[in-house]
Design a protein around this ligand. Structure first.
Ligand code: CTP
Length: 407
């Protein structure tokens, strides 16, 4: 791991959120990377985690007010803003995000934000509906527009009991996000990107209709493919996402989303776009079989047995592999339960891929329904790379980096 964070001075702004406890882990990770961490807390944050914990971990006095010792001492937010190499607000609550977006500076954290000349990173944390509310999204868009870096939210179980986007990104992923930013800055932004590339990505499940109310489907959420689309777009590519039935959508509006239902529709949409693409990444969980006949009316319960005749769907990835041109790169996925590497290797060769991303259902936290994934990449030059369990966003970064640096 590069050490572009070493020696940096970072202001860590902590807001009132159940996720505030993760600020302790974040502080430890940053201190371990030889970062000087100055913590600022909102008043509400002090109800969730004690300043004592954070000052012990950061080895610096935590600042949560403009004045100390009954107005005898002033915490100079302008000096703090100028001292820092970066400001990271994690967790950033909905209310603080709104204050930052409107320039309200009614506490030391928000006042320091206005004084900061360094890059600012905002890692939001809130409940699903708060996160998706147009007011929050407008504030986030505005913060991005004026040059702040937004750390993507996690997706999964929330403190409210709901499940969906809004979780604070994992501390490891936040550190990785910062590190990538400074890596890029250190190398004068000369790192290779996907600038000028056109990428087609498939994601999500397919639904094969049996009758108007029933279908054959699978548990894919599309999260991995959507994360890949976001990362490819972030790296400058023009991205089309052929997306099976799922409620999830990319947040970057520059990504063309082509919604499809069935394997046949996914095949047609992907094959039509591939000739003008330079890269194909097929992450969808396509049904391998589809009913031979679809009933126009709901099938009634009559006999004790019902036999459905199924026929094979077209293998989109294999077809793209067979028409792939010299200037095109093709990446596939393999979800395996046994003989994982052997099966993935066979698919790599058979489908004429540049590399294949293997996730085994045996690995806890990997595959469908999880917000995390653990992958192994096998490429056509016989290289093999194992990765740790990470959020799907961080896995997407690894996959896109592999593509950029190896092909
Ligand atoms: N795939 C595809 N079209 C299909 C089936 C699979 O494009 N009809 C792609 C998937 O998107 C994935 C890769 O092929 O990138 C491997 O999918 P997987 O289901 O693991 O493998 P299969 O080739 O279907 O083989 P099997 O189900 O027998 O393991």
């Amino acid at each position: 791991m590069s050490n572009s964070l070493s020696g940096k001075k970072i202001l860590l702004g902590v807001c009132g959120s159940i996720a505030a406890y993760k600020a302790a882990i974040l502080t430890r990770l940053l201190v371990k990377q030889n970062v000087e961490v100055q913590i600022l807390m909102t008043k509400s944050a002090t109800h969730f985690i004690t300043p004592l914990t954070l000052s012990t971990l950061s080895k610096r006095k935590v600042i949560s007010r403009f004045f100390e010792d009954g107005h005898k001492q002033w915490n100079n937010h302008v000096e703090l803003g100028l001292w820092a190499d970066a400001m990271l607000i994690a967790p950033a609550s909905g209310s603080t995000i709104a204050r930052l977006a409107t320039g309200m500076c009614n506490d030391v954290l928000a006042a320091t934000y206005l004084s900061a000349r360094c890059p600012v990173f905002v890692a939001p944390a809130m409940d699903l509906d708060m996160w998706q509310h147009p007011a929050t999204q407008r504030n986030i868009d505005y913060l991005k527009e004026v040059g702040n870096q937004i750390v993507p939210v996690g997706d999964g179980e929330l403190a409210s009991g709901l499940s969906g986007p809004g979780r604070l990104a994992e501390p490891e992923d936040i550190v990785q996000f910062l590190q990538q930013f400074f890596d890029k800055q250190d190398s004068g932004n000369e790192q290779p990107t996907l600038e000028g590339e056109t990428v087609i990505i498939t994601a999500g499940p397919t639904y094969e209709p049996i009758d108007p109310v029933r279908f054959i489907g699978n548990r894919s959420s599309g999260r991995m493919g959507i994360a890949l689309a976001e990362e490819a777009a972030r790296q400058g590519a023009k991205v089309s996402l052929v997306l099976g039935p799922t409620d999830l959508r990319p947040t970057n509006s520059a990504i063309e989303v082509v919604p499809v239902q069935t394997a046949q529709q996914m095949y047609e949409a992907t094959v039509a776009r591939f000739p003008s693409a330079t890269i194909g990444i097929l992450a969808a969980a396509v049904a391998d079989y589809t009913p031979v006949e679809t009933s126009d009316v709901k099938i009634k319960k009559k006999t004790s047995d019902l036999v459905l005749q199924l026929t094979k769907t077209k293998d989109i990835l294999a077809h793209l592999g067979s028409i792939k041109k010299e200037n095109q790169r093709l990446v596939g996925f393999a979800l395996e339960t046994n003989n994982e590497e052997e099966n993935a290797q066979k698919k790599l060769v058979k489908k004429n891929l540049d590399f294949i991303v293997l996730n085994s259902l045996r690995n806890k936290g990997a595959g469908f329904r999880h917000t995390t994934n653990q992958i192994t990449i096998l490429d056509r030059h016989n290289n093999k790379s194992h990765y740790e369990l990470k959020s799907k966003e961080a896995v997407a970064t690894d996959i896109i980096q592999y593509l950029i640096t190896h092909f």
